[in-house]
Design a protein around this ligand. Structure first.
Ligand code: ADP
Ligand code: TZD
Ligand code: MG
Length: 581
């Protein structure tokens, strides 16, 4: 259905019948729908209120949030999950800025996303005359995304939307800003010309085949390896080349380490998973193949103590040529899309590829077994108050029984322990804080995961982390989404037991209200709240909540002293050499 304008009064002597006209509102809708973009994450207001209404009227799913940042995080993760740009729509200046954090986050994480913001009159903005919510949004957005475009004429909307889509998903994916000045929306043009101006993007993310000599070079390095390891990153999860990636790992016989959001690409219980022996695998390996993972801070930049003294060669598969040698020398760069690169490697391996020497794989297996055996009893404790391991032991079983559930996860200790304890069994089921370690992705990502996948969502949240997006529990209830939020309530950031060093009456900087009842928050909007203090109660509540398919929030009381400063990255905290406390 073309969304032509029905109600434009051009006077009694109009040359063109009103239903033969279209306008900016409807051209945007038609352009998005033509490109199979049917879901919008937004906060309404001037000048895009009607645009949202018309979108909903035209059959698009328009989800309204309580804050643009969460609509933005939803759009960003929708892009990761679907390989299509997730779209966030906001009002001008403050709404735009609220959405911008998520746009920058999407760009940093290589998720395709489009932030569409209304803006005020160009003439007034450019003369800085103080329009309603005035801001030169295009200039502000530019350094924080892959590309930023502004559309001034209705006839350019089709091209602008096409450009935004292609920019977001082609090459290394990322965030794109699309600026829509208010006056554009009501500009009219003849409907037929309007329809002809739209562009259906052909092959928005073209395959990029690796050069044959690059593939040969990589295979030569791999073949000579004595202690090889493969690192799978979230680019590998994004690429949706799941079968070939699994085949590559299995055919090569090389132990692999999944980065956080690549967990489940192969089941974490796979015999070649080296995750429980991560330190050993990084330190002692002689050849490392990175597939869609950057050597950024999360991998200690490929050097230092984490990587040990053994000489190493790196093979790196990435779509972005400039990623090569960004931190250390890459011996065999393979530039191309992961699907094409992995299938080229598979083809080049032939039928008699040698598996790695067994002294290496045995060493990893031994370490893995002993680490898993050490962990097992901690996960079975039924202590009250709960510690992280007691609570996570229960959630780990629940996720094993419900492998289609999407796990959203943020916090410090809550993040680190959940990542290492909870096994994932399917690709793209673990969604977390990403490259920046940003708090606040929780409810936005949970909402998008439920909307985009139709599967139940379990959000495991630190109490601080949850606070960043807590008001979106209303959004969850409003759309009646199958999301179970578990708040690991240890009364603060890292711990709830800190004291004010001055002895004053203000709470310490990292602690919150004692015995906070987060469960009551969701009850205010009709969701189910649970208050649990033991692993047994937690297990019962989560199973009941997920079975119900209804919005729920479980306040899981955790020992306020159980956490450590900054979780596992306390080493990144600068230390004062003068202060004693
Ligand atoms: P992680 O945090 O899991 O280590 P990163 O976000 O650091 O992962 O790395 C993801 C990498 O994957 C980026 O360098 C990005 O360019 C790359 N990438 C994303 N999609 C593709 C794709 N389809 N083909 C090849 N590389 C990709
Ligand atoms: N603000 C933003 C946007 N991102 C951040 N990462 C932080 C602040 C700093 N920060 C962390 O790195 S973790 C964290 C903050 C505030 C919260 C940790 O507390 P929690 O988790 O309750 O979520 P635990 O389980 O108590 O450790
Ligand atoms: Mg906490």
């Amino acid at each position: 259905m073309s969304a032509t304008v029905q109600s434009i009064d051009t006077g009694p002597e109009e040359a063109v019948a009103p239903d033969a006209l279209t306008d900016g509102f409807h051209l945007i809708i038609d352009a998005l729908k033509l490109n199979d973009i049917n879901t919008i994450y937004n906060v309404p207001g001037i000048p895009i209120t009607d645009l949202g209404r018309y979108m909903q009227g035209a059959g698009m799913r328009v989800l309204s949030f309580r804050h643009e940042q969460h609509a933005g995080y939803a759009a960003a993760i929708a892009g990761f999950l679907t390989k299509k740009p997730g779209v966030c729509m906001t009002v001008s200046a403050p709404g735009f800025l609220n959405g911008l954090t998520a746009l920058a986050h999407a760009t940093t994480n290589c998720y395709p996303m489009i932030l569409i913001s209304g803006s005020s009159e160009r003439e007034v903005v450019d003369l800085m005359q103080g329009d309603y919510e005035e801001m030169d949004q295009l200039a502000v957005a530019k350094p924080l995304c892959k590309a930023a475009y502004r559309v001034l004429h209705a006839e350019d909307i089709g091209i602008a939307v096409a450009r935004a889509i292609r920019s977001a998903v082609s090459g290394r994916p990322g965030g794109v800003y699309l600026d829509l000045p208010a006056q554009l929306l009501s500009q009219t043009m003849e409907a037929e010309a309007g329809a002809n101006s739209l562009v259906k993007v052909i092959d928005p993310a073209p395959r990029q085949l690796p050069a044959p000599d690059a593939v040969e070079r990589a295979l030569a390095v791999l073949k000579n390896a004595k202690r090889p390891v493969i690192i799978l990153g979230k680019g590998a999860a994004y690429a949706q080349a799941d079968d070939d990636i699994r085949a590559l790992v299995e055919k090569s016989g090389i132990p692999y380490l999944p980065m956080s959001m690549a967990k489940g690409l192969l089941p974490d219980t796979h015999p070649l998973s080296a995750a429980p022996a991560r330190s050993l695998a990084l330190k002692e390996s002689d050849v490392v193949m990175l597939i869609g993972a950057r050597l950024n801070w999360l991998l200690s930049h490929g050097k230092g103590k984490t990587w040990g003294d053994a000489a190493k060669q790196f093979v790196q598969i990435d779509i972005e040529p400039r990623e090569m040698d960004s931190n250390i020398k890459i011996a065999a760069p393979v530039v191309g899309d992961i699907g094409s690169c992995v299938s080229a490697l598979l083809a080049g391996m032939g039928d008699d590829w040698p598996v790695p020497p067994s002294d290496w794989t045995d060493k990893i297996d031994t370490k893995k077994q002993s680490n898993m055996e050490r962990m097992a009893p901690r996960l079975q404790n039924n202590n009250v108050p709960m510690d992280f391991h007691g609570a996570l032991g229960v959630l780990r079983t629940i996720m094993a029984e419900r492998p289609d559930t999407v796990l959203v996860n943020e916090g410090a200790n809550t993040l680190d322990f959940t990542r290492s304890v909870i096994n994932m069994y399917k690709p793209r089921k673990r969604l977390d804080v990403g490259t920046w370690g940003v708090m606040g992705i929780g409810m936005g990502q949970a909402i998008a995961a439920a909307v985009e996948t139709g599967h139940p969502v379990l959000a495991v949240e630190g109490d601080s982390a949850f606070g960043f997006s807590g008001m979106e529990v209303e959004t969850i209830c409003r759309y009646d989404l199958p999301i179970c939020v578990v708040v690991f309530n240890n009364g603060g950031i890292y711990r709830g037991s800190d004291v004010n060093p001055s002895g004053g009456s203000d709470a310490a900087t990292t602690v919150f209200v004692k015995d906070a009842r987060y469960d009551k928050m969701i009850e205010a909007f009709g969701g189910a709240g649970y208050y649990v203090t033991s692993p047994d109660e937690l297990k019962q509540a989560v199973n009941e909540a997920i079975d119900s398919g209804k919005p729920s929030l479980i306040n899981a009381v955790i020992d306020e002293t159980a956490g450590t400063e900054s979780g596992r990255i306390g080493n990144l905290n600068p230390q004062s050499v003068v202060s004693k406390k």
